[in-house]
Design a protein around this ligand. Structure first.
Ligand code: BG6
Length: 491
């Protein structure tokens, strides 16, 4: 693999070009994140943001669209009229059909002379190849250019390789930023500090001191307006292949030799390559697919997945996955890794739970039959780390009860916490690759995930129904029970 040293930051003008610039991601995440970076003076002085789209708008029409749509996604307290107007000054719109080479000449004319260029591809991946070819054809790529690839990066291994190959024909690996917004979350980055900036956990961070690892990314929202995308994708591709596996990598990797992009990504890659391959028998035993049926969410009635707009009434797409994985290396031998994610679950909660080993023997006859020590790392919506320990209940006798040592990160730090996209966009601008996926990482993730998809196809079972607003199908609890364990909310 070519060493991934991105171009060093420069003082040249910057052109940030967003393909899909009037799309959902741009409106909800990218432009609000860039506004915040602008507000905090973090954008290089001569930064121009070019939104590209097929709408035949001029700049004025685009700005009217932005004025209407974007402010709703910016914290009202962060918006002053002066900064907002200053931000709008940076914006430009280029009407462009990515399939027409000629349109790229107009794009070239809109860019500043001698600028650094960041191309953010927030379009369907089917356009990535064409966009890169046309950028190259119009001589808009040089050694300082960077390209940001938004997910989904493929729907299987072959399509992921195809994307990598076609983008790789025009950009070096060191110029490619494959974004996984989970890697931009403050708490996810903090996980590295928890593990490698402290001495207390690392000696215990292994088999047999750890009994199991649970990673949950639960959402309370349903499929929303993304039926077209979601129904052909499903929870495994949408969440597990990227976000959950990336979290797992950070939890399970060996200490990297430094924070250099390749040092970190080499270690994450080893985790992905050590995952025990899933045979059909493993898929049948160790995975649970679910689909939400009508129920409630946040006190309101919620439709079932099959009743959502534009979802085929006979869809078998999973909106929930739970699975048990194993990492075949010395550190993690025999430690089950339980992953689960779903839409329309009981609450929005992303959490990593490290369950430490049971007591070898207890001298307390009244000790409760429940996990003794757990480290619970809440990533969202709250950000905290709790260490569950046993303590003596006051009174005569020796009754034990679990209590938590509680580190509330929001209370501990009063500093502003940037959203994931803002942090990652700043990394792209500064050429920092550590929190982006390397080609081999992406392919290793697909190599592990693809047999699960194949296994499900062979087994040809419908997803198990779970009521909207619950923690998923009963089979998910049964999967844990087989480990002599339980999901954290059940124990
Ligand atoms: C996206 C998925 O990558 O992550 C969505 O495509 C999901 O389906 C989202 O809702 C969750 O992100 P977050 O930051 O809200 O946890």
């Amino acid at each position: 693999m070519t060493p991934s040293t991105a171009p060093a930051p420069s003082t040249l003008p910057l052109d940030l070009v967003i393909f899909g610039g009037a799309g959902d991601l741009s409106v909800r995440k990218l432009l609000p994140a860039l506004y915040m970076a602008h507000l905090h003076n973090n954008l290089p002085a001569q930064t121009r943001i070019h939104a590209l789209g097929r709408q035949p708008w001029d700049r004025t029409a685009f700005l009217a669209f932005i004025e209407d749509k974007v402010p709703g996604f910016i914290d009202a307290t962060a918006r002053t009229e002066t900064t907002w107007q200053g931000f709008l000054q940076r914006l430009n719109y280029v009407s462009l059909d990515a399939t027409r080479a000629g349109d790229f000449t107009s794009l070239g004319e809109a860019l500043q002379a001698g600028s650094d260029r960041v191309y953010y591809l927030a379009t369907a991946p089917s356009l990535f190849t064409t966009i890169c070819e046309h950028l190259a054809g119009a001589s808009l790529i040089d050694v300082r250019s960077r390209v940001v690839l938004e997910k989904p990066l493929g729907h299987d291994l072959a399509s992921a390789k195809e994307i990598n190959d076609s983008v790789g024909r025009h950009f070096l690996e060191s110029q490619i930023f494959r974004i996984d917004h989970y890697l931009g979350k403050e708490t996810v980055q903090n996980l590295m500090v928890l593990r490698f900036g402290n001495t207390i956990f690392e000696p215990l961070w292994r088999s047999p001191y750890i009994k199991s690892v649970q990673i949950t990314v639960a959402e309370s929202v349903g499929v929303g307006s993304r039926a077209g995308f979601y129904d052909s994708t499903g929870a495994l591709r949408d969440m597990v292949q990227n976000h959950l596996l990336q979290l797992l990598c950070i939890v399970a990797m060996e200490p990297p030799v430094s924070l250099d992009p390749d040092a970190v990504r080499d270690e994450k890659l080893k985790v992905l390559r050590s995952l025990r391959p899933m045979t059909v028998a493993h898929v049948a035993r160790d995975t649970v697919r679910g689909q939400y049926s009508a129920g409630a969410s946040g006190g309101d009635k919620a439709r079932g997945y099959l009743q959502e707009d534009n979802i085929p009434p006979d869809s078998t797409t999973e909106t929930f996955v739970a699975l048990r994985a194993h990492i075949n290396n010395w550190r993690w031998a025999n430690v089950p890794i339980l992953l689960r994610t779903g839409k329309r679950m009981a609450e929005r909660r992303s959490e990593i739970v490290i369950e430490f080993a049971d007591l070898p023997y207890t001298i307390f006859p009244d000790a409760p039959r429940q996990p003794v020590n757990r480290l619970m790392i809440r990533l969202q919506p709250e950000e905290h780390v709790q260490l569950q320990m046993m303590a003596k209940e006051p009174g005569s006798g020796m009754r034990l009860r679990p209590v938590n040592l509680n580190l509330d990160l929001e209370l501990a730090f009063s500093e502003r916490r940037a959203e994931a996209y803002e942090r990652l966009l700043m990394d792209v601008i500064k050429g920092r690759l550590t929190h982006f996926m390397r080609r081999d990482e992406l392919e290793a993730a697909w190599t592990w995930v693809e047999p699960i998809l194949d296994g499900w196809k062979q087994l040809n079972e419908k997803p198990k129904a779970y009521t909207a607003g619950t923690w998923g199908p009963a089979a998910s609890s049964a999967l844990m029970a087989r480990e002599g364990s339980a999901w954290v909310e059940e124990s």
